[in-house]
Design a protein around this ligand. Structure first.
Ligand code: ARG
Length: 609
């Protein structure tokens, strides 16, 4: 296993390899075996029963519609088939089996099985989450702001979602390369160069490079509207840059350098790291030969002086990214890869970038975390890759917009786009006020640490708990609230669990791990807590497969709630052993799952608050 070695090297941590099967996997395997023998050679090749968590716990913890799915193919009545299966499964160790409705098979997991799994989780640093069976090399392309242009809310979403997916993918056993494809080669540099030479305040640049460059850009932009000849001067600067003028190249390099320094500060605050910063300019030399190659191979052709890629008719029109329907007819929307004036475009760079990642990184997968408006762009890029015979798991992981409380695009009070730095600063400030109010006696240095973890955690969780495709409303009070599905609530829950454990003293886990003692689960709410804890192993892989961090976020909230309701109903510290140590062990596993789960979202837990 070549990958496996590399994974261990990259992650720096050797996670214990997979020993446990998740509950639904274990049940599905048994169910499939029983179906095979019941159907006596009639089971379709490769059939595997699907077992899912039940929506309605009154019927059981898991269910399967395998009998219904198969009935037609094997010409059996679904209810009768389900009944036959239930009879054969009757003596399953882990669950009671029953049948319901038109042929659903329900499984109610026995408390002893949950207790056994709790001990397994206790001894497993992956807390039951299986490593992927198909490790891939995944390039994750996220954040990617544009130099000297505002880093807007779209970049905030990309930054947070991309980082969470990178963490999840690494944890699942993939090799991940994070690449910040910054926009460092655009027409904005015409204005920036002119502004740098004529307007720039050097001290402001030292103090806050991102802001200073942005201010220059805005000012030149404003002046250009009034003075058309200034626009010409800016264009001339751009042409000089593009033709390799040494002075302009030097300024351009400085701009990128200072921007990177500014960005790195923000990323450090967010605890985000990039393996590479291969911005758009990195691919400049590859663009001309790429366009030539596409023309030679007949994939691109000239059209009105420009070079374009048109549909090759591979897809049905409704799935063709090079066609749009207009007035009942299909019209061509080619991808332009060279303008009539010889300039290259965003699409050209992205084609070169994809090539590089496949060739140099040997990527099996490239995931782009970019807003929904670029959907067409990525569909075209992926389709051109297909035309060139390049294949891989290419995904545009899209997201919607962030709205203000008024449901309009999120802006500052003066109608400006909100910068990521401002959002971070305000979050930390607001969290600091909450900390001051709740724990005035905490030492100042600790207050600062707490405020950062809570403030930044709040922004991240608010982002990650949304379905990424829908627009969401940015609401400070809600995201910092100590109740509801927020980071502060989860952080606080974790602190409470740890406080209980500190009071109770660590029980001797080795008694359970060695098999010399058995965990006892008897009360409904403690069984429920164990049930929710087991589901961590199911939710985490799906969260990554679907690139939907909100699944894990919702799960962690459910876990915290299950914990609180367990704690209300089941005394921990006041109970007698062996119940006491069983319950303390449940506390310990809850704390570990909360901490690991939040860390996969890029959110820190605090031991005290
Ligand atoms: N800089 C681009 C923007 O701000 C995002 C780049 C995304 N990545 C890519 N490979 N196209 O819209």
């Amino acid at each position: 296993m070549k990958w496996r070695i590399e994974i261990d090297k990259v992650m720096g941590v050797v996670y214990k390899s997979r020993t446990m099967m998740t509950l639904p996997e274990q049940i599905a395997r048994k169910l499939t075996d029983v179906l095979r023998s019941e159907l006596d050679g009639m089971l379709p090749e490769g059939f595997c029963a699907v077992v899912t968590a039940s929506q309605d716990l009154r019927y059981g913890d898991y269910q399967s519609n395998a009998a219904m799915a198969l009935a037609k193919t094997v010409r059996r009545n679904p209810r009768e088939l389900a009944q036959a299966v239930v009879t054969r499964l009757g003596d399953m160790v882990e669950a009671e089996v029953s049948m319901a409705g038109p042929g659903f098979i329900n499984f109610r997991i026995r408390a002893e099985e949950y207790a056994r799994r709790m001990v397994e989780m206790l001894g497993d640093e992956r807390l039951g989450v299986p490593l992927t069976e198909h490790p891939k090399k995944i390039v994750i392309d996220f954040s990617a702001p544009n130099v000297a242009k505002p880093m807007h809310v779209g970049h905030i979403r990309s930054t947070i979602i991309g980082d969470a997916l990178a963490r999840l993918a690494r944890f699942m056993g993939h090799v991940v390369i994070t690449d910040n494809h910054i926009g460092d080669w655009g027409t904005q540099f015409g204005m920036i160069l002119w502004g740098w030479k004529n307007l720039l305040d050097q001290t402001a640049l030292e103090k806050n490079p991102i802001e200073a460059l942005l201010a220059v850009y805005k000012e030149v932009n404003r002046r250009c509207k009034e003075q058309p000849d200034l626009l010409e001067a800016c264009k001339a600067e751009l042409v000089l840059l593009q033709s390799g003028d040494v002075d302009n190249l030097t300024i351009w390099k400085r701009c990128i350098e200072v921007t990177k320094t500014g960005l790195k500060k923000i990323y450090a605050q967010l605890d985000i790291r990039f393996d590479y910063w291969l911005g758009e300019s990195f691919y400049n030399d590859a663009l001309a030969p790429l366009v030539e190659d596409l023309m030679e191979r007949g994939i691109a052709r000239e059209s009105d002086g420009a070079v374009c890629v048109f549909s090759d008719g591979f897809h049905a029109p409704q799935d063709d990214p090079f066609l749009v329907s207009k007035d009942g007819e299909w019209q061509s929307v080619p991808a332009i890869i060279r303008k009539a004036d010889g300039g290259f475009l965003y699409a050209t760079t992205d084609l070169a970038t994809l090539d590089y990642r496949i060739r140099e990184f040997h990527a099996d997968a490239i995931w782009y975390i970019v807003g929904a408006p670029q959907e067409k762009h990525f569909k075209q890029i992926f389709d051109i890759a297909r035309m060139r015979g390049i294949s891989g798991d290419f995904r545009h992981v899209a997201f919607g917009s962030i709205l203000g409380k008024d449901r309009r695009p999120f802006k500052t009070r003066d109608g400006e786009t909100v910068s990521l730095q401002d959002v971070i600063d305000e979050a930390v400030e607001r969290a600091a006020r909450v900390v001051q109010e709740k724990s005035p006696d905490m030492p100042e240095s600790e207050k600062k640490v707490v405020a950062e973890a809570v403030g930044i955690g709040a922004i991240k969780f608010a982002e990650l708990s949304q379905n990424r495709l829908s627009d969401y409303i940015f609401d400070w009070d809600k995201m910092l609230s100590l109740t509801g599905d927020t980071a502060p609530y989860l952080q606080n829950s974790y602190v409470r669990v740890r406080a209980i454990e500190r009071k109770g003293g660590t029980p001797d886990f080795s008694v359970f791990l060695s098999g010399n003692g058995r965990m006892l689960l008897s009360e409904e709410r403690e069984i429920n807590l164990a049930r929710v804890l087991c589901r961590f192993s199911e939710i985490t892989p799906i969260t990554l497969d679907d690139c939907r961090p909100n699944l894990l976020a919702a799960y962690l909230y459910e876990l915290a709630r299950a914990f609180h309701s367990f704690y209300e109903a089941c005394p921990v510290l006041r109970s007698e052993d062996p119940v006491r140590s069983s319950r303390l062990t449940l506390c310990e596993i809850t704390a570990r799952v909360l901490k690991l789960g939040m860390s996969l979202l890029g959110i820190r837990m605090l031991e005290k608050m």
